[in-house]
Write a protein that binds this ligand. Structure first.
Ligand code: BDR
Ligand code: CA
Length: 333
């Protein structure tokens, strides 16, 4: 498992899979303004808003960040098995809280996102980190297209899931809830997964004082980031909160600097794909053991605890204040 970039002579090669989305947009800007990583492509998935929007938003944001040649590919327009449930009540109908950006001057990469992901992982000996901050449909499709994808990706940093309670439903976090079948395939794939749950990302928050700092920057990136931050904070305020969690930027933050996580545990993560009221919930076993069910005729008994293999590493303590300050610095121009 890679432990940050200090020992790396070269910037870390990254693909960002996302559904912009306000916090996705901040994550894209952070990634493209961070010399510690080299973003090779951005892949868009349907999620917060429909695919045409997420893909177009990604294109516009790469141009805003001064990377007009960076490939942007569109992927899945709907989840593997269910109907897409949007989160446009959070992000606005356009996904960017009404942020006005020039129409993109170029087209999308002609390849589907999962092909871009598979080719980047398999066709290049340089290690690849994938940061996935939307529903996991594109990643599941990349695994289907190239089963070796799981072993070829050095690290898959996922923002999704929760240990206790959700934000899409009382049980489920949005990215996993939006495509639980895809998420379960990803957790079962054997990939080296770092999972940032809601409990982790809620430790890194954006507040009014950060918005004021962004407003102090005069350049186009600061202005766009301030617009996104203001919209996001207004949404939080409408729910009685004075801070908004920096879910997706934190996932990019970990690719840049692992020390934003100050404690990490191993766990086994499974996704509920059948439950009616718990559909899309993540079941996270930190204990790494379970008692097997034994059919003993009239009753079921539990046997002695047996080990359960970990399939993810979970950052559980985050230096949130340092991360948010770092993010704001990177977004100022
Ligand atoms: C996740 O849900 C989306 O709405 C955000 O962009 C983030 O990726 C947080 O649960
Ligand atoms: Ca997202």
């Amino acid at each position: 498992m890679p432990e940050g970039n200090a020992a790396r002579p070269e910037p870390r090669r990254v693909i960002l899979d996302c559904d912009p989305g306000i916090d996705d947009a901040l994550a894209i800007l952070l990634a493209l303004r961070s010399p510690e990583i080299r973003v090779e492509a951005i892949t868009a998935v349907a999620g917060n808003v429909p695919l045409e929007r997420t893909a177009e938003n990604a294109l516009k944001l790469t141009e805003l960040a001064g990377c007009p040649d960076l490939p942007v590919a569109a992927g899945a327009s709907h989840p593997l098995e269910r109907k897409l449930e949007l989160a446009d009540f959070v992000h606005g109908p356009d996904g960017l809280g009404g942020l006005e950006l020039p129409a993109p001057s170029r087209s999308l990469d002609p390849r589907p996102a999962w092909e871009v992901l598979a080719q980047a992982a398999l066709g290049n000996p340089e290690p690849l980190t994938v940061v996935a901050v939307g529903p996991l449909t594109n990643i599941a499709l990349a695994l289907e297209a190239a089963p070796d994808f799981a072993w070829q990706v050095e690290e898959l940093i996922v923002m999704g899931g929760s240990e206790c309670g959700g934000n899409a439903t009382p049980a489920a976090e949005y990215n996993v809830y939006a495509d639980p079948e895809a998420a379960q395939k990803v957790f079962a794939s054997g990939a080296q997964i770092t999972l940032l749950t809601l409990e982790a990302t809620r430790q890194a928050t954006l507040r009014r004082e950060h918005l004021e700092r962004l407003r102090g920057g005069g350049g186009p990136v600061s202005r766009a980031a301030a617009h996104l931050a203001a919209y996001y904070l207004d949404f939080a305020a409408s729910h009685g909160a004075d801070a908004a969690a920096l879910h997706d930027p934190l996932a990019v933050g970990l690719a840049i600097d692992r020390s934003f996580a100050t404690e990490t545990v191993s766990a086994n993560v499974q996704v509920e794909t059948r439950g009616e009221i718990t559909y899309g919930a993540t079941v996270i076993n930190r204990r790494l053991s379970a008692r097997p069910r034994i059919d003993a005729g009239e009753f079921i008994r539990r046997g002695d605890p047996e080990p359960v293999a970990p399939n993810a590493r979970l950052p559980v303590k985050i230096d949130g204040e340092r991360f948010t300050a770092f993010l704001i610095d990177r977004l100022l121009d």
